[in-house]
Ligand binder design. Structure first.
Ligand code: GBH
Length: 453
């Protein structure tokens, strides 16, 4: 390239994001790529059950095969290392590594030991999430995240895994997107286990966050040198009409998506506006719970994808509306990088104790064009470029952002959308399981190789 930008034309040439000190990575999650759903004593998870419930997942897709990463892990490590990224974010499948009675499943753990060792050999740092939505089904059978016991079982699981994998992991995250586990899983039922009651959502979220807080001391004790954090999805909303009512609706949307979790973690309380939006949904909180939830973390992972438009809606507070004429992805999500900047600077203002931030997911689904062995995805590179530029602006405005992970390394099982949506920078042919670097991956590889200290 003659312009020296390596294909990232929006990210300023002098940005710290272009330097080697800014961590660049790719991300995946266990259920979405591993397959081998009953190999080596893996137990069923709530997502296995959900996939088998008619009408829940598009085309009846399941995670049984996915990207066959459980077999192809070594090839996938080569892919990651050859991209030249600094780090790989992955998750551990709870049902693979812990048996019903709480004892370890050695074969399941061996898989992650091999994987982490190979990543280390290839010089790739590892950001490991303990829970990316695959709750063992036997715990759901006893109430799942509605049962306070599950928080303690999660802490046991974190203790077991961090004892076994200590020294092999760069940084730990307890939960991925507890908002999704709680609201999509127990509130609107779009995700496993598919329950539908707002009171369930607030109680589930409380138990998820309690589990997070209970896990922190075990991670600290077993693997003291690895930083500990949590990953939150954040959402941005704009008013559909310029009325005070719609402004309030947009505010409530962001309370429901962001403050619900961040206030609990960083202010040790749930926001009052959440219960203005959802009256009489206060979870049962025992004395001391909020202190456990608010235990200090070393970093905060932020997953950001899109902005919504909302208008006020009497009983529901807000309702999303589809505004025409906006740039959208294959998910129909609006492309709006400036919302990422705005949210990050807003968090910095709202939370004086905001820890260092990593963007642990950002990326888009596209209608990739496969042609003569190449995969053209110009929208994806543009999306990533503009969101990196937004991160750069947030850094300039004083937000301590230390890294950025692309979602995702591979096309994979996109939850309720099955295999119909492709987020990878690497294309997966599900017939042959062949991996092909998309144009975006080639450009990112060039960009990574061009970085200066
Ligand atoms: C992430 O979640 C996940 O961590 C990852 O596993 C996933 O593959 C990736 O993003 C791409 O989707 O209220 O039912 O209309 C995405 C965050 C936030 C997306 C909430 C869906 C609205 C769902 N999500 N959003 S709904």
């Amino acid at each position: 390239r003659s312009d020296g930008s390596s294909g990232l034309v929006h990210l300023r040439p002098d940005s710290p994001v272009r330097r080697k000190g800014f961590l660049m990575g790719v991300a995946t999650a266990a259920f979405q790529i591993e397959g081998a759903s009953d190999a080596d004593g893996r137990l069923p998870s709530i997502w296995d059950t959900f996939c088998r419930t008619p009408g829940k997942v598009l085309n009846g897709d399941t995670g049984d095969v996915a990207c066959r990463h459980y077999e192809k892990w070594a090839e996938d490590v080569d892919l990651i290392a050859d991209l030249g990224v600094d780090a790989y974010r992955l998750s551990i499948a709870w049902p693979r590594v812990m048996q019903r009675d709480g004892s370890r499943n050695e074969k399941g753990l061996d898989f992650y030991k091999r994987l982490l060792d190979r990543l280390r050999e290839r010089g790739v740092q590892t950001y490991v999430t303990l829970y990316h939505w695959d709750l063992p089904q036997h715990l759901e059978d006893r109430g799942g995240w509605l049962n306070r016991e599950t928080s303690y079982r999660f802490a046991d699981y974190a203790d077991l895994v961090s004892r076994e994998l200590a020294g092999r992991v760069t940084a730990w995250a307890t939960l991925n997107e507890p908002w999704c586990s709680a609201y999509l899983g127990y509130g609107n039922g779009h995700h496993a286990p598919g329950r539908t009651d707002r009171r369930y959502a607030t109680q589930a979220l409380h138990h998820l966050l309690l589990g997070h807080g209970l896990a922190l001391p075990a991670l600290q004790a077993n693997d003291p040198q690895a930083p500990r954090g949590i990953v939150a999805n954040v959402g941005a909303a704009a008013p559909a009409r310029p009325t005070p009512e719609d402004h309030d609706a947009a505010h409530l949307y962001e309370v429901q998506h962001n403050a619900w979790i961040l206030d609990a973690l960083l202010r040790q309380r749930y926001p009052d506006d959440l219960f203005r939006l959802w009256p009489r949904t206060e979870p049962l909180v025992l004395p001391g719970d909020m202190e456990v939830i608010g235990r200090p973390i070393d970093y905060l992972g932020i997953n950001y994808y899109y902005r919504s438009h909302v208008r006020s809606d009497g009983a529901n507070g807000f309702v999303e509306v589809r505004v025409d004429g906006l740039e959208r992805t294959q998910m129909d999500w609006e492309v709006h990088p400036d919302s990422l900047r705005r949210l990050l600077t807003g968090f910095r203002q709202a939370y004086p104790n905001l820890p260092p931030i990593y963007i642990t997911e950002n990326g888009c689904a596209c209608d990739d064009r496969v042609e003569d062995g190449r995969v053209h995805d110009p929208e994806r590179l543009s999306y990533i470029d503009r969101h990196l530029a937004a991160v750069d602006e947030a850094i300039r405005e004083g937000v301590d952002v230390r890294g950025y992970f692309i979602w995702s390394l591979l096309d994979n099982f996109e939850w309720a959308f099955g295999y119909s949506r492709r987020f990878g920078i690497v294309h997966v042919d599900y017939q042959t399981q062949a991996r092909t670097l998309k144009d975006s991956a080639l450009a990112i590889r060039d960009f990574l190789a061009s970085r200066q200290p």
